[in-house]
Design a protein around this ligand. Sequence first.
Ligand code: PHE
Length: 454
Amino acid sequence: MNNKTIGRSGFSSSFGVLAATLGSAVGLGNIWKFPSLTGANGGAGFLLIYLLATLLIGLPVMIAEISMGRAAKANPITTLQRLAPKNSLPWWLIGASGVLAAFLILSFYSEVVAWVFAYVFKAIGGSILSSDRHVTESAFGALISDPLQSLLWQWGVLVFIGGILLMGVTKGIEGITKKLMPVLFLLLLLLCAVSLTLPKVAEGLTFLFRPDFSKITSGVVLTAMGLAFFKLSLGMGTMMTYGSYFRDDQNIPATTFRVMIADLFVSMLAGIAIFPAVFSFGFEPSAGPSLVFITIPAVFSQIPGGQLLMIAFFALASVAATGAMLSMMEVPVVVLHERFGMSRTKATVLTIAILVVLGSTCALTNSTLANFKLFGMNMFDLFDFASSNVLLPLGGILLALFVGWVWGKDNFLQALSNHGALGNGAIAGMVFFLLRYVSPLLILVVMLKGLGLF
Ligand code: PHE
């Protein structure tokens, strides 16, 4: 009702805006990446750097993306074309790089989502219920090294998410995330409550909250920053796209801040749910990505009511993954729809088709394509590395530079204002300062150092 661009739908309520945006941020990044990266990189020291990156880089870039999207009310490529002055540099390439990043991330992300969905059924069937690590390990191994199962689950996920997208922005994305986000919080609180009754609570929490700076290298700093981009869905036009669906009276800095805090809260709760359990049953916190699929089942099988909790855990992860996948797929869909004149249906089908091909290179990394490597990495790791550590930060630098030096302060402040009345004037000024000077420089230094380029 408040969206004035005729013929273009958007989010209809303030809660809907929050649910969809938070739905994008909260995902497997919180439940799969955050705990395993924190575990592998020494706990709280990593957390601290992640927090700094979120505040100094994530928050301003997110505000920039959302305000640009709302100002132009279009897909990322068109948004940059509309906002850039005539005959300036080809800034729209940032939008194009976002589409590339979306395809790369979706290729491996959809495979992890596939495992999560499969694990809901395995948890219900009870086949992964064993306190013996070797049993849960071989169950996971059997799933990921079976090419047919890997592909079919991945395709199932793509079709499922594509189906929701076909319901449209308001009914599909907003409608579904509005229902799912409260469920996610309930399940997470339940799991935390159980975890806090376990014997080694103190050890788990100490691990999460006491910094060990000896583990921090420039590579780790880059990983933490990459995680901040990934977690807040930044640098690839997702937030710009969602910004284009924002209501005109939505307070952007306040919404962004809420999303950041809630996202952090979910990550911390996931850590609180996982680490006490890991320590209580003598597992390694640095078990990496297998933490969720091997350690969690082994741990839960030793808790009374563990099967139900395990079902709850993987259901929670599926819910989180759904909101994030929706927002990622929406980027290529809306670009194909608005730039190439395709119907939403055609755009969605084409996006799924591209992902079936590109994603299969990730789905098969543990079977048929196990020995296929580029730059010393399999496709799964390469796509993950290239997106989180290169494309997203690069997108972030360029977006910050665009707003700070090209779009300019007046336009930025204007875009943030609510119906002419400029809310949050001081905050907006500070955010602009960060975008113009601090964020791009920080990202650049962290990237060059982390990639070993100087
Ligand atoms: N933020 C999502 C997560 O944490 C992932 C994501 C990245 C979504 C980039 C959209 C864009 O899982």
